[in-house]
Structures are given as structure tokens and as C-alpha cells.
Design a protein around this ligand. Structure first.
Ligand code: SF4
Length: 717
């Protein structure tokens, strides 16, 4: 049982990018009459959550007292079993194997896979560790599956990528919000408090093929739920932009003063008149006109995108089309209006700023930029030529596991790739070909269960550090408890491995010192943290980056200029791509995947919380009643969902909240219940984002088939 430290600790939720503020109050955990968790969780007043938490946050302390917590390093023995070992033995084994493979095959035969839940300090140190302790270019992270398309589009249009370029509270005064492909009512419920104003004004417009919990918020007053066919969001956005331009609704003065590229946009949207858009998306032309006019008529309009429109092979272009629409309406940087994208993972924003991405160095610098390389090399105390060049984005990295020119040892930090990666059987097969798989985690995740070495790490309430929320605000994560005996922080693990690898540079143990180094490495970059420190953040300062030395931070970007050298936003014309995978017969359906209120990402944590597991114990497929009737599928009946990549047997949830041509699977479940057995690993050519939201599947009743073991209620109890 963890040992409490201070009586009350102010910190933030371990899960999503809203990073709701919470207080952890220590309890008399050892109580024979009524055993309690080591801390009580309470919501704390903070601009984003205003004291509220969702059920994931409220129950997060359950994870601190789990009996299946990893507390000892594990190695796989000659019989194939994972057995306990000492830290020295585990780290010696990792280091000696890495050195051998590096000698035999070169440094790029070793891969590092990070996570969007790691603190800024860990994410920074991991990028440095990969590049100068191992010497590999092959580092990427699971944020590639999450924010990469929105990031690429933001960089292209604005010259910078910060999910929300304004504080979340700005949304409170919005009268019209167009929310594309985001189910915030389930993924981050306290967020919807910021939509109340737009909802009351009848200005909430939700675009989603499903009638999600968020889409249902539009059912009061004049709200609108727009339900396009999956994968047609880009055409929908081209159509809306066409109407704005054709009807003279564009902000011509803004376009002239603050943008470049309008002529190309006019040409690219000219062929997308409303009736043609209707024929592709299924959204009636009058609805399209209504949406465009509402966006233009409102004084306070915001356009927000989420993974629903970004997790596609055309995700970057779709996010770009949303930005183009925002630009023709004159929204970005205008007080009381804006464009933004909603980050998913807890540190999805900070995790992509400090060097986990295969093409970036700390401070959101390009790894190919000679000046950026020189600056970072100086901070790291290494020759500039020792920093490798760009590596491989996540899907390419994972699809080369065990291949002759690929990765033969993989170090995984804070990611459960055998559940979360697309076309996941390919990844499972690849992991089996590795000479060494090392997983750092606090539970034996499904990926850790396959590892050669498992290293037990601290949880959120046991560590100090910083996270960067969806609005680009750097916040403090604070330690409320000592970690169980035997557990170590990733910073300690990297320090020890770097020593064994005889690495150049320093690998500090203290998160505040690592942060200071991160701040120095970021100085002058796009994501400049150089004016920040743990001590300054501890004052409660609202610290939105860029925060160079001497500045007060930047709550609102783009008020005067965009981040390109000329200060102008780029309007980039985009066109619909060839569809990567389409139904070939009338029998096939489009599969889209997503999240549930009760679970977070691969479910490693939330499937271990009884209240959450009881509420959503097993995977299901959501099917429209007409489709179910046509296929002989009944509510609660077993259904085989299959395509050329795999098959799942799941229960049917039959309701009218989904289009008749679409089915939905949540992706939180492992093993034979993984939705990612069916998703495709085709990627966006610009961002490397896989297409999680569109796969072709067949459904048939499967009355005699057993349910997959991994979905049995209480599988992790
Ligand atoms: Fe945690 Fe996100 Fe829920 Fe807030 S909304 S309590 S950050 S999971």
C-alpha cells in the first residue's frame, strides 16, 4: 500500500487533455473496519473543469491501491514465463542486449515508442535518451494516432501547432460553435460546461455520423446535428466554404490583411456546390446552407475539430479544410471567435513538443533544421553530428518490427500498442519477431505481458512533473504519495540505462532539473518554455506557451499575426483523396471506432476500476435497427464483425443513433475483442495518422460463437 506524504495535494487528473484539477487528501488507508483508498479525490476549482470531474477522474485513486500493481522488474526466463528479478539484473540485461544489437545491426535497429500520457519531463528525456544514449533515429509515440493530422494542418496554415490557441473559457461567450468529430460529452464531460452559452443561444452544431451524447446536446432549441457519411467530412467542409464564398459571407477585409492563398481556395471549392455535396455526404443542401449562414451571421463563432474528422488518410487535409472555413469567416485571432482542435491524451500537447516525434527536437523544432540541431546539441553537451536525423512515424516503425531493415529491439514507455495500434495483428506479429521488447508500465498491460523485460514505474499521484493541457497551459503534476517499494520513475530508469550504455550528456533524476533543461532546449523554438520553472508554475500562474524568458506567456495566439515569417495564415487548397477502402457490395458497412465515457484509451487503467468496468464490461457493436433487421441481428445477440484483416465476435447494441450504413466499435478492449483487429494501417501521407475511422466490414449473426475471453466482465479483477 502506498504511503501518504502531505495531507492535501493539489494536482490534476491522470487521464485526458482537459487535465481537470483535483485535490488528493490522504486517508487512514489501513483501517481494519472499513479499508479505504490511500487518498480521497475531490474536484478543484480551475478554469477548465470548475471543480467538476468525470467518473474516470473521481475513481482514479482506485489505481493506487490495486493488488496487481507491478512492483518488481520482470524478465522472461528460459521456459517463457515472466519472473521477478532485481533492478540491476533487469537493467544489465536491457543494456547488454541493446549494445549487442547496436553493434550487430546499427543504432536504428533499436526503436523507442513513447506515449502522450508521459509528463513533459519524461517525454523530453525520452527523446534525448533515444537520440544520444542509444543513437537511434527511430523514436515515435502513440500521439501519432491522436493529434498528428491536426498538428500538421496547424503548422501548415498557422506556422504553429497549439490545439486551442485560446483559453477554454473564451468558449463561454460563444454564440455559435461548430464541433466536428468530437464527442466531448463522453470523452471529457466537464468540457460541455463551456458549450452551455452556445447551446442556450441555439448555436451548437455537431457534425458526427453517430447521434452521440454530444450530438444530443443539440436537441434543445435551434441546435443542429449534422450526420454525414463517415469519411466525407472533407467534402462537407468544402461545401460549407463554397457557400460562404458564393453567398458573399466571407470576411474579405480579414482575408486581405491576414491570409494568403485565397484564389486557390476559390478554385478548389468551386465544384462543390451544395447539391453535389449532398450527394456525397448525405447532408441535405438546405442544411448545408443553414450551417454556413449561421456560422457567418454570429458574432462569436468557433470551429473545433476532433479525432472523428482527423483520424483518416485525408486527416491533415480535412483539418486544413476546417481551418480554411475558419479563415474565410475571419475567425482565428479575432476576439470572441476562433478555431481550435481538441487534444485527447493527458499530455497529448506537451508530449509532441519536446522530442518524442520522429522529426522533432525540443521546443517543437524541426530535426532537419541546422540551427535547431546546433542549439539542442549545445544544451545536451554533444557534437551536433551525433544527433540522428528524422526517423519513422509510428505506423511505419511498428510495421517494420523484426524486418531486416527494421527494429529488432523496442523500448515502450506508457503505451499499449497491442490494443491501440491500427491493424493490430500486424503489430502483434512484429513484436513476436523482436530480439528484445522492454515495457515500462505500472500494470501488466497486454503489451507488457508480451515483453522480455518489464520495468515497474510510478503513477501520476506518485510523481512530480508538468503536463500541458489542451489549451497549451503548462500545469504541475504533484506527488501525493510515495510509490510502492520497488517502483522507479522513468527518469531514474533512463539515468541508469544511460550510465550502462556509457552515454554522453547528463540524464538528471530530479524532474525540476529536467524541466529547467527542457526549458533551455526549447528556448527560441515555437513551443518556448524558457521562462518557466516548477517554482514559477507552483505560484498558480496561468502559463500558456510560448513563454520565453521575460514574457507573461501567450494565452491567445494569432491576435496580431500568425507564426509564419510574413505573419500571414496560409490558405491551402485541398481536394478529396481517393478513398482508401470502400464497400464493394451492398452487404458491407463502414466501421468507425471511438471511445466510451467509462474508459480511457487501451483501458489498461480504466478496465481495472470496478465501477467503470461494471458499467462497460465488454465490447459491443452499435448497429442501426434497419441494418440489424436486414441482417437478422437482434439486440444483445452475438455478431461476427469481420473483414480481410480479422474478425470479432461481439454483442449487438441496436439503436437508431447511428447511420444505417455505419457501425461503431469502442477501441478500449484487448485480445480478440480489439476493434483494431479490423482497422486499416493506411496512413495520411503528410501526418502519418492511420485511418481509424473508416474500415469496410461485414456483419452476420454468430449465435453459437463464444464471447472473446478478454471481454468477460471483470477480466482484470
Ligand atoms: Fe479526467 Fe478528462 Fe474526466 Fe477531467 S474529463 S476528470 S481530465 S478524464
Amino acid at each position: 500500500m502506498p504511503r501518504p506524504t502531505a495531507p492535501v495535494t493539489d494536482t490534476h487528473c491522470p487521464y485526458c487533455a482537459l487535465q481537470c484539477a483535483m485535490s488528493l487528501t490522504r486517508t487512514a488507508a489501513v483501517d481494519a473496519v472499513a479499508p479505504r483508498l490511500p487518498v480521497d479525490v475531490a474536484g478543484r476549482d480551475f478554469p477548465t473543469n470548475r471543480g467538476g470531474l468525470c467518473k474516470k477522474g473521481w475513481t482514479s485513486a482506485e489505481l493506487l491501491a490495486r493488488g496487481d500493481r507491478l512492483t518488481t522488474p520482470l524478465v522472461r526466463d528460459a521456459t517463457g514465463e515472466l519472473v521477478e528479478t532485481s533492478w540491476d539484473a533487469a537493467l544489465d540485461l536491457v543494456a547488454s542486449t541493446v549494445l549487442r544489437i547496436r553493434d550487430e545491426r546499427g543504432a536504428d535497429a533499436i526503436g523507442v515508442f513513447g506515449g502522450g500520457g508521459l509528463t513533459n519531463e519524461k517525454a523530453y528525456q525520452l527523446g534525448k535518451f533515444a537520440r544520444i544514449a542509444i543513437g537511434t533515429s527511430r523514436i515515435d509515440y502513440n500521439g501519432r494516432f491522436c493529434m498528428s493530422s491536426a498538428a500538421a494542418a496547424g503548422n501548415r496554415a498557422f506556422g504553429i501547432d497549439r490545439g486551442l490557441p485560446f483559453p477554454l473559457e473564451d468558449l463561454d461567450s460563444a454564440s455559435t460553435v461548430l464541433l466536428l468529430g468530437s464527442n466531448v460529452a463522453e470523452t471529457m464531460p466537464p468540457f460541455i460546461g463551456h458549450l452551455v452559452g452556445a447551446q442556450a443561444a441555439g448555436g451548437l452544431i455537431v457534425v458526427d455520423p453517430r447521434r452521440s451524447a454530444t450530438a444530443r446536446l443539440t436537441e434543445t432549441g435551434r441546435g443542429l446535428h449534422v450526420q454525414p457519411a463517415p469519411g466525407t467530412d472533407l467534402v462537407l467542409l468544402l461545401g460549407l466554404t463554397h457557400i460562404v464564398l458564393a453567398e458573399g459571407l466571407a470576411d474579405e477585409a480579414y482575408l486581405a490583411e491576414r491570409t494568403t492563398g485565397l484564389d486557390g481556395l476559390r478554385r478548389s471549392v468551386s465544384a462543390w456546390w451544395p447539391e453535389r455535396v449532398q450527394s456525397v455526404t448525405g447532408v441535405p443542401a438546405p442544411v448545408l446552407r443553414d450551417v454556413a449562414r449561421r456560422l457567418a451571421a454570429s458574432d462569436g463563432t468557433y470551429i473545433l475539430t476532433g479525432r472523428g474528422v482527423e483520424q483518416h488518410v485525408d486527416g491533415t487535409d480535412t483539418a486544413t479544410a476546417a481551418i480554411n472555413l475558419a479563415l474565410v469567416l475571419g475567425l482565428p485571432g479575432r476576439p470572441g471567435s476562433g478555431y481550435g482542435t481538441l487534444t485527447g491524451q493527458g499530455n497529448g500537447q506537451g508530449g509532441r513538443e519536446h522530442g518524442q516525434k520522429c522529426d522533432q527536437l525540443p521546443g517543437y523544432r524541426k530535426i532537419t533544421d541546422p540551427e535547431a540541431r546546433r542549439h539542442v546539441a549545445e544544451v545536451w553537451g554533444v557534437p551536433v553530428e551525433s544527433i540522428p536525423g528524422p526517423g519513422l512515424p509510428a505506423v511505419a516503425l511498428l510495421n517494420r518490427l523484426g524486418e531486416p531493415d527494421g527494429v529488432h529491439a523496442l523500448l515502450v514507455h506508457g503505451s499499449n500498442v497491442v490494443v491501440s495500434a491500427p491493424n493490430v495483428q500486424t503489430v502483434r506479429d512484429g513484436l513476436g519477431r523482436l530480439e528484445l521488447l522492454v515495457v515500462c508500465d505500472f500494470f501488466l498491460s497486454e503489451t507488457a505481458a508480451l515483453a522480455d523485460v518489464v520495468l515497474p514505474t510510478t503513477q501520476w499521484a506518485e510523481e512530480e512533473g508538468t503536463m500541458t493541457s489542451l489549451e497549451g497551459r503548462v500545469i504541475r503534476r504533484r506527488r501525493a504519495l510515495d510509490a510502492p517499494v520497488g517502483v522507479r520513475s522513468e527518469l531514474w530508469i533512463m539515468h541508469e540505462l544511460a550510465r550502462r550504455l556509457d552515454a554522453p550528456g547528463r540524464f538528471e533524476l530530479d524532474p525540476s532539473i529536467v524541466f529547467d533543461e527542457l526549458a533551455a532546449a526549447s528556448a527560441g523554438g515555437l513551443a518556448d518554455y524558457s521562462g518557466l520553472s516548477h517554482a514559477l508554475l507552483d505560484t498558480g500562474l496561468a502559463a500558456h506557451w510560448p513563454f520565453p524568458v521575460g514574457s507573461g506567456g501567450t494565452p491567445r495566439l494569432f491576435t496580431e499575426r500568425f507564426a509564419h515569417d510574413d505573419g500571414l495564415a496560409r490558405i491551402v487548397p485541398v481536394r478529396p483523396p481517393k478513398v482508401s477502402e470502400s464497400p464493394e457490395t451492398g452487404e458491407e458497412l463502414t466501421l468507425t471506432t471511438g471511445r466510451l465515457l467509462e474508459h480511457y484509451q487501451s483501458g489498461t487503467q480504466t478496465r481495472r476500476v470496478p465501477e467503470l468496468d461494471d458499467a462497460r464490461p465488454e465490447v459491443f457493436v452499435q448497429v442501426h435497427p434497419a441494418t440489424a433487421a436486414r441482417l437478422g441481428i437482434v439486440e444483445g445477440g452475438l455478431v461476427e464483425v469481420s473483414n480481410r484483416r480479422g474478425a470479432l465476435t461481439v454483442r449487438a447494441s441496436v439503436d437508431g443513433d447511428i447511420r444505417h450504413d455505419t457501425v461503431f466499435l469502442p477501441f478500449h478492449y484487448p485480445g480478440d475483442a480489439s476493434a483494431n483487429l479490423l482497422t486499416q494501417d493506411a496512413v495520411d501521407p503528410i501526418s502519418g495518422m492511420p485511418d481509424f475511422k473508416r474500415a469496410v466490414v461485414r456483419l452476420r449473426p454468430a449465435a453459437d460463437a463464444p464471447l472473446p475471453e478478454a471481454t468477460a466482465p471483470g477480466a482484470l479483477r
